[in-house]
Design a protein around this ligand. Structure first.
Ligand code: AMP
Length: 284
């Protein structure tokens, strides 16, 4: 695996791969890689002849009181893991490379609607920051396909909207959620939790399973199920942000049922750490 930090070097490697007739697969990350990220690279590997991963902690997607400064940064370990799972090229830009005018003057993406609910409501500007960096990375790497984890379900929908609306010729692949044995979705933020808290956090996945079990048998009672889920999270020691049942394609309220399937999503704080998870389900 080669590592590049400049746009010129990135373009040269990608051009060479294209010259060899290879499809370019891309996996954007913020580093501190775990088995979830590795599964994305493996999926890209299956579908593309040349796999590019990026590691970049994107300042424009963090709010003023969020963990940008203390977000875990482990570049050496990340490079080792990526090489092991078959990544061909690691793009490791600094902030000035991705934002040459500075973040204050950067051209920004704004994706209305889908970015304003759920995590977008709790984290104003977060998804526009994600869309901004993803559009930049897509423009620099120019991949044929890009893989995103469905653990960040709303992010995945935002990226799909971005690509559909701007006409990026990129297939967006949604990868299944990789979980710890007890059901906790893998996340770089799990490191902020001690062992006991990680066990406690298994309640998140269990709550989603309960919600999906209930909505399958009584879909019109979705509001009651949401309320009960929030109460369960509170009783289990979490500060719940939301626990909801939504249309899987739009995140709209399921007032007319779940015609094309649904998704249970939740966000809750444990010991000050904000955790999210979701579980998709077929039309009940
Ligand atoms: P991050 O480094 O947190 O920005 O994540 C980079 C990519 O990895 C995103 O597309 C995430 O959705 C994905 N990802 C992170 N954790 C997991 C997981 N547990 N399972 C599947 N994909 C994941």
């Amino acid at each position: 695996m080669d590592t590049v930090t400049t746009i010129a070097d990135l373009r040269q490697h990608v051009r060479a791969a294209r010259g060899r007739g290879l499809r370019i697969g891309f996996v954007p990350t913020m580093g501190n890689l775990h088995a979830g990220h590795e599964s994305l690279v493996a999926l890209a590997r299956e579908r593309a002849g040349f796999v590019v991963a990026s590691v970049f902690v994107n300042p424009t997607q963090f709010g003023p009181n969020e963990d940008f400064a203390r977000y875990p940064r482990t570049p050496e370990q990340d490079a080792e893991k990526l090489a092991r799972v078959g990544c061909d090229l690691l793009f490791l830009p600094d902030v000035a490379t991705l934002y040459p005018l500075g973040t204050g003057r950067a051209v920004r993406m704004s994706v209305p609607g889908i970015t304003e609910v759920l995590d977008g409501a709790s984290r104003p500007g977060h998804f526009d920051g994600v869309a901004t960096v993803v559009a930049r990375l897509f423009n620099l790497v120019q991949p044929d396909l890009a893989v995103f984890g469905r653990n960040d379900y709303q992010q995945w929908l935002v990226v799909r909207a971005l690509v559909a609306d701007l006409g990026f010729p990129i297939d967006i692949v949604g990868a299944p959620i990789v979980r710890e044995p007890g059901g906790l979705a893998m996340s770089s933020r799990n490191q902020y939790l001690d062992e006991a808290q990680r066990r406690q956090a298994q309640v998140l996945h269990a709550t989603l399973q309960w919600m999906v079990g209930e909505v399958r048998t009584r879909p019109s009672a979705w509001r009651l199920i949401e309320e009960e889920a929030v109460a369960r999270l509170g009783a289990a020691g979490f500060e719940p942000d939301y626990a909801v049942l939504r249309d899987a394609a739009t995140l709209d309220l399921p007032d007319s049922g779940f015609p094309t399937g649904g998704v249970a999503l939740l966000a809750a704080r444990l010991a000050g750490v904000r955790l999210i998870d979701n579980l998709e389900f077929d039309r009940p």
